[in-house]
Design a protein around this ligand. Structure first.
Ligand code: SAH
Length: 226
């Protein structure tokens, strides 16, 4: 089954961007996933093709107009795919949500610009606000590419080594252990002896200890049960 992503944006040229390269690019060529973009501006009806207007109540910046954006959203076949709005106010994206999305048949993603979008279209079209972190981008496009990237690498057949999807940071609530490869000595630093011991039980134990240590040091919040 092809995972289908539809992106609503004022900058369709930004897609597929980096997703056209490497594993996701090859997966796209194979038809494991497909992308289409909708130019929001195509739904503007005045001669200047206006998509934004000043904020009600005053203040800086502009707001994406609800009537234009709603028409753009309604042009997308009404199916059961989740409709996401990239938004710093949204629920922060987690690996669990990414897995759920990858298990589905696709996503529709609305990219905001300016100060954001009129609240009535968020409510009226049931958009799920998703944030990629506590910082402000200038537009939703890089956020949409990030969300898609995290989903596509989980689609069946996309990653060469099927194993490497399940052992990553966050998958088990821990940050991942450190990695090493040859040469055995690099600038006076050696690969930890246990990793070249051939003792698989000892290696697993070391990796778990390292993962716990790193998580404790860097992300103690991940260790708190919720
Ligand atoms: N005025 C808004 C920020 C607008 S930034 C506020 O203070 O909340 C313009 C657009 O960039 C947003 O509509 C959103 O689509 C996107 N964007 C910015 N930061 C983002 C983030 N952390 N996660 C997801 N989308 C983001």
């Amino acid at each position: 089954m092809t995972f289908r992503a539809t992106i609503l944006t004022l900058y369709p040229e930004m897609f597929p961007g980096h997703l056209g390269f490497s594993l996701s690019g090859k997966a796209m060529e194979r038809g494991d996933w497909a992308l289409d973009t909708v130019q929001i501006r195509d739904f503007a009806d005045d001669k200047h093709r206006t998509v934004d207007d000043t904020p009600a109540g005053g203040g800086a910046g502009m707001v994406l107009k609800p009537d234009i954006l709603a028409k753009a959203i309604d042009s997308v076949a009404n199916d059961t795919r989740p409709r996401l709005l990239m938004s710093p106010r949204g629920k922060p994206l987690t690996q669990k949500r990414v897995r759920d999305l990858a298990d589905g048949k696709g996503v529709v993603i609305v990219c905001g610009r300016f100060e954001g979008v009129d609240q009535r279209v968020i409510d009226g079209r049931n958009l799920e606000e998703v944030s990629i972190g506590d910082y402000i981008l200038s537009g939703g496009e890089p956020a949409a590419l990030t969300v898609l990237d995290s989903i596509i690498r989980l689609l069946p057949g996309v990653m060469g080594n099927a194993h490497s999807g399940t052992n990553e940071s966050f998958e088990h609530g821990l940050l991942e252990h450190p990695h090493y490869t040859r040469p055995q000595v690099f600038e006076d630093r050696e690969i930890p002896a246990v990793l070249t011991s051939g003792n698989h039980a000892a290696i697993e134990k070391w990796r778990l200890e390292q993962a716990l240590r790193l998580t404790q040091e860097r992300r103690p919040d991940l260790l708190v049960d919720d």
